[in-house]
Design a protein around this ligand. Structure first.
Ligand SMILES: [Zn+2]
Length: 144
């Protein structure tokens, strides 16, 4: 009991030392997205973007799981898709092939557009340079 408490505190403390997470969050806010570190309305997900309010939810559990940054990169990719679609979410048609490791996360979507949108988000999220890629996608598509 005590040990698990100490481990949980360690991860929580660590999560506050994620400069890239903070910078990406601020970048999204600069482009008029709201980022909430709260359980999303759809509770089973790690992250969620609500198109009509430009609100991104990041489930606090991702900090404990050590996947806070990739989760935010994923939702930020959807944010870039929303900027590109000017109010509706649209594929960016990236010149990147999804790595095999990312395929199980999106191949189950039957809807072709949804699968394409998720393929892009998982491709950026799993890319070695995903953080810089998503920053440049936001600058490219959200800057007027
Ligand atoms: Zn997604």
């Amino acid at each position: 009991m005590l040990i698990s408490y100490i481990i949980a505190s360690f991860f929580l403390a660590n999560s506050q030392l994620l400069p890239n997470f903070t910078e990406l969050k601020q970048k999204l806010e600069k482009y008029n997205f709201t980022v909430k570190i709260e359980s999303p309305p759809q509770r089973s997900t790690y992250g969620l973007l609500e198109v009509k309010t430009r609100t991104i939810w990041i489930n606090p559990i991702v900090f404990d799981l050590g996947i806070a940054l990739p989760t935010l990169i994923h939702e930020a990719t959807h944010a870039a898709q929303l900027c590109e679609g000017n109010g509706e979410i649209r594929a960016l048609n990236l010149k990147l092939t999804p790595p095999n490791i990312s395929r199980p996360f999106f191949t189950h979507y039957n809807d072709g557009l949804r699968r394409h949108l998720e393929a892009e988000a998982y491709t950026i999220q799993t890319h070695a340079d995903g953080y810089n890629l998503v920053i440049s996608l936001l600058d490219k598509h959200c800057q007027n």
